[in-house]
Structure formats: C-alpha cells, structure tokens
Design a protein around this ligand. Structure first.
Ligand code: SAM
Length: 451
C-alpha cells in the first residue's frame, strides 16, 4: 500500500495534468481572437487594453411640502376607456452552425416585427452599458442631433439611431458601450427620483402578495417617484386602474413625469401603447374618503411612513378577501402596524411578513500566471451593476488586494476549471419588510356585531 503522502502527490500530479490539458483544449481557438474563454459571455463592456482607463463617471440618479389646496373631485366608479472583456474583434459573417439534428423550424405567426426587432428611434430611452471593474450604466434619451456622453467619452446619436438594441459601439476614445433598450426595472432604478423608490425586487414580491390581474382596480399610497405605480400599471393592464395618492406636491409631480416619460418612450418603440391607467392624486390619503367612496379595490399597496392612517380610510373599500401589501423599512414599524390593526379591530389577518434577499454571485476568470493561483480573481470580470462608481471602485480595489495577499500563500490551483465562482463581495443590504394583510369576515358566532 502506498503511503498517504504519496497518494496525495500522485493525485495532485494527475489534477495538474488534467487542468493543463483542459486549459489548452478550451483556450486555443479563442486565443486566435485574443480572448479568454469567458470573454464572449462577458462581452457587455468589452474594452481593448489600449483603452483601459480608470475613473469612469457614474450614472445620474437624482436624489420634498404640505398638501396643496386643490381637492380633486370624487373618482368615478367606471373604468375609463381604456472592462476588459468583450468582443471588439468578433468575426464578421454568419454565426457558427450548431451541431446535431435541428428541430423543425417554428412557424412565424407574427406579421409585424417584435419589439426586440425595432431599431432605436429618436426620442426613445436608451441604456448605455460599459464595464471596467464593474458594470456602469447610463440612461439617456436619443436625440436627432448631438452625442451620448459619459465622462470624456462620446458617441454621436446618429451612430445609435437605426441600430438594434444590443449593439456594441465604440466611443471617441475607443471605449466600448452596449446600447440596450431599458427594461422597466432598469428605468425605475435609473429614473429621476423625488424620494427613495421601492426596490424592484420588493415590488415583485408585493405584486405576488397582491395577486392582481389585468382589469383589477388597485390603490397605492404614496406615489413617491412613481416606481411602484409603473409596475402596478403593467400588472392591471389597459382595462385596469391604479389610483395613486401622494401628499407632497413635488413627489406627485415627479411620479407623473416619470410615468409620462416611460410611456412616451414606449410608444416610440412599441406598437401598442403603454396603458394610461394610473390616476395620480395630490392629496393626503387620510382625507381621501370622499374621493374613493364609490370604489372597491381588488388590492392595496402602501409605501409610506404611517400606513395605519391609510388603512383606516382604505379598509372599507378593500374587497373581502383582498390583500393590502405594506412596505416598511423597520421591524418596529411592522410591530406598530400589527398592533394598530389589533387596536382598531380591523378584520385584517397578517398572512406573511417577508424580506426579499437577493444573493448575487460572480463567475470570474482565474488569473493564469506562473504561480498558478486559481483563487486570484480578475476583479475586472465582476458583473455587478455600478450606480456609483467611485466608492465601489475603492472597495473593489481593497478586495482585490485582500485576495492577492491571500493568494500569495497559496501555491496550488483549486481545480481544473480556470474560473472562480463565488458570492459577490457587494451584496444588497436590507431594503424592506413586506407585510401581507388579508381582509376577512368574522364568523357571526365569533364576531357578534363585527362586519
Ligand atoms: C417612499 S415614498 C414611496 C415610493 C414609491 N413607492 C416609489 O416606488 O417610487 C413614500 C411616499 O409616501 C408619501 N406619503 C406619506 N404620507 C402620506 C399620506 N398621508 N398621504 C399620501 N401620501 C403620503 C410621501 O410623500 C412619499 O412620497
């Protein structure tokens, strides 16, 4: 029998041989393009080494009065009519053929192009994305004349107009940008803010809690920057209706502006219009009983400091079995809310209190150098969205440094794969507690005179 040390060393030698074979097998064809294997997949912010530069600008996200005298009329009960990586030298010509038998082609049933096939047009929102150590994004409106600018870099609008989304373009200084059509999530994260928005990950959960459908009528308070309003608008569709209150004039105005901006851009790139189904009302919800007296809501979403105030007004208009979803930042607010519901005797059962935790991961190309340290990560392959570049870059540098120090003690590769996959260093922190309240009816024998 071989001693344990000998077995380990044999195993290690085999692993090293396997690793070098795999590395040669995978890498050789790609080397011809001057790219590492993962670079194609990481092509978003591709950049040649000649154009590497530090200190990219950040995308802009802008960072509040008593209620006005005007009081909107009561709402009608009717629905209104409705960095380093990237493919700068990607070969021209058709994409490589797939191997193996191909399934029968699907029939084209659409006669008009889908939204993804519509090229960029003047007036619509475009998202430019580039990456160095992190992903950096900038949202802008495509003009008929002028330039897209980021830091000292620029690309003429004329070069973007007519291109399909997903186009990589080079700036005057050689930096590569991918031009994309922003998703609603992109837009909500990057639009101008009057106040903190509800995070899209939390909005998603709120939509699940509310269980709303096209055609539903929902109430929202407050409108804030209009982030949640847009998602609610989408969920209830053209036949549905969103009534959104905000006590502060400038928040109310910003929410309206953001909603209009999104709809206007949508109109340019889509055949169907984005539904015009949100009624923004500048008013304190505690005084809105008259406005909503003829309405019954399928669901309610509350994102405001003291949701109990709103609940007392809205509760009689929430349908039995309907859900009120509440967004609260601290757990003490949750306790206050639950206690308030008990004190006022509201027939609302607290079905769920959730926090949405998103854990981001990175898959990075390990550094291949003579010291063969697969744990030495190329931080430049980090895929995180960067909204504020400077502080993140500093943190990232610090982390790379830590990793290098750690690696200096490591002589062995981690395995045959030249990648490192691990949770991202920069995780999103706590955003909110989401409370799901369902309106119920007491059994007569239990409730006595309660409704
Ligand atoms: C955090 S913001 C809402 C953000 C919004 N959900 C978004 O995604 O953009 C909270 C809003 O509630 C509004 N608000 C607070 N108390 C209110 C009240 N009593 N009636 C109406 N709006 C109120 C504030 O003015 C503020 O704009």
């Amino acid at each position: 029998m071989l001693p344990a040390v000998c077995c380990r060393s044999l195993l290690l030698q085999r692993l090293l041989r396997l690793r070098s074979r795999l590395a040669v097998g995978i890498r050789s064809p790609l080397r011809d393009f001057g790219h590492e294997p993962f670079e194609g997949a990481q092509s978003l912010g591709g950049q040649s080494s000649a154009s590497r530069e530090a200190g990219e600008g950040t995308c802009e996200a802008a960072p509040s009065l008593p209620p006005g005298p005007e009081s909107p009329p009561s709402l009608p009960p009717h629905l209104p009519d409705p960095g380093v990586l990237g493919p700068p030298q990607l070969p021209d010509g058709p994409p490589p053929r797939e191997h193996g038998p191909s399934p029968p082609a699907l029939a084209q049933t659409q006669t008009r192009p889908t939204s993804t096939e519509v090229p960029f047009r003047v007036g619509e929102l475009v998202l430019a994305e580039t990456r160095k150590k992190n992903v950096e994004v900038k949202l802008f409106t495509l003009g008929s004349v002028g330039y897209f600018r980021k830091s000292r870099r620029s690309i003429p609008f004329s070069e973007i107009e007519g291109k399909l989304p997903g186009q990589l373009l080079r700036s005057s200084s050689g930096k590569q940008f991918m031009m994309k059509r922003p998703s609603l999530e992109d837009y909500v994260l990057l639009m101008k803010r009057a106040t903190a928005i509800a995070s899209p990950k939390d909005i998603n959960m709120i939509l699940l809690m509310m269980n709303i459908h096209p055609g539903d009528t929902v109430l929202e308070t407050g409108s804030g920057s209009g982030g949640m309003s847009l998602f609610l608008s989408k969920a209830v569709g053209p036949q549905g209706r969103v009534i959104s209150f905000d006590i502060r004039k400038e928040h109310h105005e910003q929410a309206k502006e953001n909603y209009k901006h999104w709809r206007d851009s949508w109109k340019i790139s889509h055949e169907e219009e984005w539904p015009d189904n949100v009624e923004f009302i500048h008013k304190d919800i505690s005084g809105a009983a008259e406005d909503i007296k003829s309405l019954t809501f399928d669901a309610v979403a509350l994102d405001m400091l003291n949701p109990l105030i709103a609940l007392l007004v809205v509760y009689p208009h929430l349908k039995q079995g309907g859900v009120c979803a509440v967004y609260l930042v601290s757990i003490t607010q949750v306790i206050q809310l639950v206690d308030g519901i008990r004190m006022y005797g509201l027939a609302l059962s607290c079905e769920k209190i959730s926090e949405v935790i998103v854990r981001d991961w990175v898959v990075c190309l390990a550094k291949q150098n003579s010291r063969i340290s697969a744990r030495e990560v190329e931080s430049k392959t980090n895929t995180e969205l960067q909204l504020s570049s400077e502080e993140n870059t500093a943190a990232e540098d610090e982390m790379s440094q830590e990793e290098s120090n750690e690696d200096s003690h490591s002589a062995l590769p981690d395995g045959p794969l030249p990648y490192v996959a691990k949770p991202s260093h920069k995780q999103k922190s706590h955003t909110a507690f989401l409370v799901k309240l369902r309106k119920f009816k007491f059994h007569p024998s239990i409730s006595g005179d309660r409704q």
